[in-house]
Design a binder for this molecule. Structure first.
Ligand code: GLC
Length: 817
C-alpha cells in the first residue's frame, strides 16, 4: 500500500463560502432537495450609496452600479450578502464622476445617466435598459434566478433576456462556428481541443462577453463569472437569450452602443487593452514542433536570409528542454544556447521559447524542489498534491492564482532573458492533462485571497500563468517590451498576451474557421491573434499554404506552425510558384508594418479592434450580419481572403463609400458586391478613399535598415477622411511617458483640388527627414502644389500617380489642377 503524508500546511479546509463563492448554501444535513429555481420577487424599495443602488425583494438583494454614462453593472445576492469586489477581468472598477438620477413612479424605479436608463420594474423585478429616447435595448424575459444546493450539489445562477426576431449576436472569443451566434448555445470551459471540428465547443478560451444588434442598435453583455458558463442565443427558445453559470455570482455589465464599435471600446474600458507589442512581433514568425537540434534551427533561419523571405520570430518548441522540464536546456541538441541565440539575434531573429505549466515530479530538478519547498503547487481537497501526466511525465502544477507563485514563476525567466530570449509562448494552460483532460473540480486555488476550487479557477488558470510570465519578463527585460503568447485565457488576457487559435488542421475548412475566429477574437477584446498558418496537423498542399499565408499577412499575429509528424513547412517548402508568392505577401506584411503598428496604437489607446468584420463597418445593413469572409484590417484596408481551392475570381462586399483596388488603383463604389479576379498571387484588397497608408521599405527583419524615408500612400477622396499614423521607438515603454508621435492626417478634395493636412501629438522625433508621397486617384492632372503656403514644383505625375518628397513636418498641402 502506498503511503502519503498529508501536507500539514493547509490550515483549514475551504469553507463553503470560499468553495462556491456564496454565503448562503443550505446545510447539507438538511438532506437532498428537489431542484427549485428561485426567482426574484418584487422590489420593495431602494437604497443609494454613491453610484450604487440596492433593491431587495425581502430576501435577495440586487445591486445596480453606474460605472460610466454607458456602462451599468447588475448583480444579485440571493440571501442579501454580496461577495467581496474581486475580478481578474476588471482589475479596477473605475467609476468616474458620472451624473445620474433616480426616478420612481408607480411602475418602476429608473436610474438614468446622460446616455442610458436602467429600469427596474416594481411588479416583477424585470431589469431593462433603454437609450436616451427611451427605446428599450435589453430587457429581462424572466427575473434573474438561481438554483441552490440541488441534488447535483451545485449552485447555478441564471439571467434571461428577451431575444428579438431580428436580433443578432457576436463575440464570445474563439468559438468555432459562424460569426453570427444567433440560434446557437455555447459553453465556456477552457479545453485543450486538438484538431477541433467546426462547431466543437468549448475550446481554449473563456470570453463571456457578447454584442447584440437589434434594429441597428448595439449593446453588449459581459457576464463576469469565471465558473463554467453557458450562453444560449435563441437556440432553445427563439424568444430568449440566456446566460448562466455553475457557481459564483450573477453579475453582468450592460454596455451600451449604439454602435458595435462603441460596445467593444467600452468593454476595453472595463478589461483593459493590449500593451504596445515590440514592433518585431508584428513581423513574420516561423514555428514548428520542433526545430532541433541547433543545426536545424540554423538551417531554417539561413533559409530565410538566403531566400530573402523576411522573418523576425523563430520558435523553440518543447524539445529544446531537458526531458521537457521547464527552464532547462537539452544540451545534446543545444550545447550553447547563449551563443546560438546571440548569433540568431545578429541575423535579426528573435528567439521565442515555449513554457508549459506542468512541472516534472523529480527531486533532482531544481524548479520542482523549489516549488515543492515553497508549497506553490496545487492541492486536491484531501490535501494531496494535484498530479497529472503531460509532456514531462508525472507533473505537479503551480497555482498561478496565488500572487506569490506568480512572482516566483515570473522570476524564473531570468536565465532565459539573460541569454537573449525575446519572447515566451505559454501552452497547455487550460490547464491540459493527458487522459483526464484537466484538473479535477476539487483542486484548491488561492485565487488572490478569495480561495476557491478548480470550478472557480479553471477558466482563469491560463490567464494567470501568462500574467505571471508577462509581468516577470517586463521586470527582467527592464524597459524592453516582452512578447508573450498564450493558448488559454479569460476576459482581460489581452493585458498580458497575444493568442493563437490552437491546434487546427491543414484544411480549407479550417482556414475558413480561422478567418472567422480571428475576427471574433478581435471583436471580443483579444486583438493580437492569429492561427497556425498552414494548419497544425495534416498536410496542406502548396495552394492551401499560400492562400493561408495571404490571409495570415492580415491577421495581427502572423506565424506558421506545424506538428512534428508533418512534412517541412517553411514558406519555400512547396517550390514555385508558391515560394515567390509567399515572399511577395510576407514582404507586403513588412511594407505595411507602420500601418499595422498605428492600428495597434488605436487599439491600445482607444480600444478599437484591429480586425473588424464588415458588420462593424455597417451594422444597419442586415445582410452584413451574415457576412464573415471579408473584414477590414484596421479602419482603412478591406481584405477578402480566398478560402476555397481553384478559385479564379470571387465576390467581395464593399461597404458604402469609395474604395481603391490595392493592386490596380481602380476606384470602385461601395455599398454593393463586386467581382474580383483572384489568380494565385492575388487576394482582394481595397483601400478606403481618403486614406493615408504609411509604408516602410521591405526589410528582412525589423531594424535591418535605418528607415530613411516613409512612403505615404494617399488616396484621393471628395469627402473628408482622417487617418492615424503612430511612431515611437518600437521596443521600449517610453510611450507610457508620452514619448511617441501620434499623427493625424486629413484628406479632402473636389474636382479642382486636393488637400492633405497633418497634426502632431507627442514627444518622439523620428530619425528620417522626408515623406515620399504617392497620391492615387486624383480626378485631375495636377499642375501646382502649395506646401505650407509655398509653391512646390518638384513632383512627377505618371500613370495617374502623383509622386513627390517633402519634409515630414509639413502642415498643409494643397494640390491644384
Ligand atoms: C500543443 C500546442 C502546439 C505545440 C505542441 C507541443 O499541441 O498547441 O502548438 O506545438 O503542444 O508543444
Amino acid at each position: 500500500m502506498e503511503e502519503k503524508v498529508l501536507n500539514p500546511d493547509i490550515e483549514v479546509p475551504l469553507t463553503e463560502v470560499e468553495e462556491e463563492g456564496f454565503r448562503h448554501l443550505n446545510n447539507p444535513a438538511d438532506g437532498i432537495k428537489p431542484i427549485v429555481k428561485k426567482y426574484l420577487g418584487s422590489p420593495s424599495g431602494v437604497e443609494q450609496s454613491g453610484n450604487k443602488f440596492y433593491f431587495t425583494d425581502g430576501e435577495a438583494k440586487v445591486e445596480v452600479v453606474v460605472v460610466t454614462p454607458e456602462i451599468i453593472r447588475v448583480r444579485v445576492a440571493p440571501h442579501g450578502v454580496f461577495l467581496e469586489e474581486f475580478s481578474y477581468a476588471v482589475p479596477k472598477l473605475e467609476t468616474k464622476k458620472v451624473k445620474f438620477d433616480l426616478h420612481e413612479d408607480i411602475a418602476e424605479f429608473r436610474i438614468s445617466t446622460e446616455s442610458i436608463n436602467c429600469h427596474i420594474s416594481k411588479k416583477d423585478f424585470f431589469i431593462s435598459f433603454s437609450d436616451q429616447e427611451l427605446r428599450i435595448t435589453s430587457m429581462d424575459a424572466v427575473p434573474m434566478h438561481w438554483e441552490e444546493n440541488t441534488q447535483f450539489g451545485g449552485y447555478y445562477v441564471f439571467g434571461t433576456k428577451v431575444c428579438h426576431p431580428q436580433e443578432t449576436f457576436f463575440g464570445l472569443g474563439d468559438k468555432a462556428t459562424e460569426l453570427n451566434l444567433r440560434g446557437k448555445r455555447f459553453k465556456n470551459w477552457n479545453t485543450d481541443a486538438y484538431s477541433f471540428a467546426w462547431n466543437q465547443d468549448p475550446l481554449y478560451r473563456t470570453i463571456p462577453f457578447y454584442i447584440s444588434v437589434n434594429e441597428g442598435v448595439a449593446h453588449g453583455i459581459f457576464f463576469d463569472n469565471t465558473f463554467k458558463s453557458q450562453f444560449d442565443f435563441g437556440a432553445e427558445d427563439k424568444t430568449k437569450t440566456s446566460f448562466w453559470a455553475d457557481g459564483g455570482e450573477l453579475q453582468y455589465y450592460y454596455i451600451h452602443g449604439p454602435h458595435m464599435m462603441d460596445v467593444v471600446k467600452r468593454y476595453h474600458i472595463l478589461t483593459g487593452t493590449h500593451p504596445m507589442p515590440p514592433l518585431w512581433a508584428l513581423g513574420y514568425h516561423q514555428c514548428r514542433w520542433s526545430y532541433y537540434p541547433e543545426s536545424k534551427v540554423r538551417a531554417v533561419t539561413k533559409g530565410f536570409r538566403d531566400k530573402k523571405i523576411p522573418c523576425d520570430g523563430i520558435y523553440l518548441d518543447i524539445d529544446y528542454m531537458d526531458g521537457y522540464r521547464c527552464f532547462t536546456w537539452n544540451r545534446k541538441y543545444f550545447p550553447d544556447p547563449r551563443k546560438m541565440i546571440k548569433e540568431l539575434s545578429d541575423q535579426g531573429f528573435k528567439t521565442v521559447v515555449i513554457i508549459d505549466p506542468g512541472i516534472r515530479v523529480d527531486d533532482n530538478y531544481a524548479i520542482f524542489k523549489e516549488g515543492k519547498d515553497k508549497k506553490y503547487f496545487c492541492r486536491r481537497s484531501d490535501d494531496y498534491f494535484m498530479e497529472g501526466h503531460v509532456w514531462p511525465g508525472r507533473c505537479q502544477f503551480p497555482d498561478f492564482t496565488n500572487p506569490d507563485v506568480r512572482e516566483w514563476w515570473g522570476g524564473l525567466f531570468d536565465e532565459l532573458v539573460d541569454i537573449g530570449v525575446a519572447g515566451v509562448w505559454n501552452d497547455m494552460n487550460e490547464p491540459a492533462v493527458f487522459g483526464a483532460g484537466t484538473f479535477p473540480d476539487d483542486v484548491r486555488h488561492q485565487y488572490d485571497g478569495h480561495r476557491g476550487s478548480h470550478r472557480k479557477a479553471h477558466n482563469v488558470y491560463g490567464m494567470q500563468m501568462v500574467r505571471s510570465t508577462y509581468d516577470g519578463l517586463r521586470k527582467l527585460m527592464k524597459n524592453k517590451r516582452p512578447f508573450t503568447i498564450t493558448r488559454a485565457g479569460y476576459s482581460g488576457l489581452q493585458r498580458y498576451a497575444s493568442v493563437w487559435t490552437g491546434d487546427n488542421v491543414a484544411s480549407w475548412e479550417h482556414m475558413k474557421l480561422g478567418n472567422i475566429q480571428c475576427q471574433r477574437l478581435s471583436m471580443s477584446g483579444v486583438p493580437f491573434c492569429g492561427t497556425d498558418i498552414g494548419g497544425f496537423s495534416g498536410e496542406p498542399d502548396g495552394e492551401l499554404f499560400t492562400r493561408w499565408i495571404q490571409l495570415g499577412t492580415f491577421t495581427p499575429f502572423m506565424r506558421s506552425h506545424s506538428a512534428g509528424d508533418t512534412k517541412e513547412r517553411e514558406p519555400w517548402s512547396f517550390g514555385e510558384p508558391y515560394t515567390t508568392i509567399n515572399r511577395k505577401f510576407i514582404e507586403l506584411r513588412y511594407r505595411l508594418l507602420p500601418y499595422l503598428y498605428s492600428t495597434f496604437w488605436e487599439h491600445h489607446r482607444y480600444g478599437f479592434p484591429i480586425l473588424r468584420p464588415v458588420v462593424m463597418q455597417e451594422q444597419d445593413v442586415q445582410s452584413n450580419h451574415f457576412r464573415q469572409d471579408e473584414f477590414t484590417y484596421g479602419d482603412k484596408i478591406l481584405i477578402c481572403p480566398v478560402l476555397d481551392p481553384g478559385i479564379a475570381r470571387r465576390t467581395v462586399y464593399l461597404p458604402k463609400g469609395d474604395w481603391y483596388n490595392f493592386w490596380n488603383s481602380e476606384l470602385v463604389e461601395g455599398g454593393k458586391e463586386v467581382m474580383v479576379e483572384t489568380p494565385l498571387d492575388i487576394i482582394p484588397i481595397f483601400v478606403k478613399a481618403g486614406s493615408v497608408i504609411p509604408e516602410y521599405p521591405v526589410q528582412q527583419y525589423v531594424g535591418e535598415k535605418e528607415i530613411e524615408e516613409v512612403k505615404l500612400n494617399v488616396y484621393y477622396s471628395d469627402y473628408e477622411v482622417n487617418s492615424f499614423y503612430f511612431e515611437d521607438y518600437g521596443e521600449t515603454f517610453a510611450y507610457e511617458q508620452d514619448i511617441y508621435l501620434e499623427k493625424k492626417f486629413i484628406v479632402n478634395g473636389d474636382a479642382g483640388q486636393m488637400t492633405i493636412s497633418q497634426s502632431l501629438e507627442g514627444l518622439y522625433t523620428p530619425r528620417y527627414e522626408n515623406y515620399h508621397f504617392s497620391v492615387t486617384g486624383l480626378p485631375f492632372k495636377p499642375s501646382n502644389i502649395l506646401v505650407d503656403n509655398k509653391w512646390f514644383t518638384n513632383f512627377t505625375y505618371r500613370n495617374d500617380k502623383l509622386e513627390f518628397r517633402f519634409t515630414k513636418n509639413f502642415k498643409h498641402i494643397k494640390i491644384m489642377k
